[in-house]
Design a protein around this ligand. Sequence first.
Ligand code: ROI
Length: 180
Amino acid sequence: MSRPLGAYIGLGSNLNHPRRQLRSALAALATLPHSRVLGSSRLYRSPPLGPPGQPDYLNGVALLETYLPPLALLEQLQRIEQEHQRVRGVRWGARTLDLDLLLYGEQRLHTPRLTLPHPAIGERPFVLLPLCELAGSELPIPGVGASGALLAALAKLPREAPNHPENCIPDEEDHSTDTD
Ligand code: ROI
């Protein structure tokens, strides 16, 4: 194995005790082979982007140092999703746990199974806010721009835009003694 790479993972949940789901997912990430969790953001609450009529989401981002190649890492993330009873049904429907491989070092990849960087990073405040919190504003998103510039661009949208960053609120109850 060669050098480890920094991989950013987006976590999201809007079903079945989202805070609990995300804590459990972080614990599962910490057990991945050939990998180490270097940090994680706070959790942010936001209304669903996409189809309405589903509960608000909780989102966060974790940084993993890993020797796993990107597709092996993706398989591990999908296994963790399944272990959290994620049922893939309606596209963009509610879910107990969503784990997205956002960035894998500065690698760009286009395969049917995986696109890197994740194609929606630049449009999603619930990804960019925790990502900037964790990595700062100068993190390069290959082919797209720097993390902070992308977030600043969303902040210039009209306040009513669904992907305006002010729709994402740090989760007040995010402390480890909670039970839900
Ligand atoms: N909306 C929010 N706020 N958070 C998510 O994680 C999320 N995930 C999705 C869709 C349905 C696009 N909307 C979301 O997959």
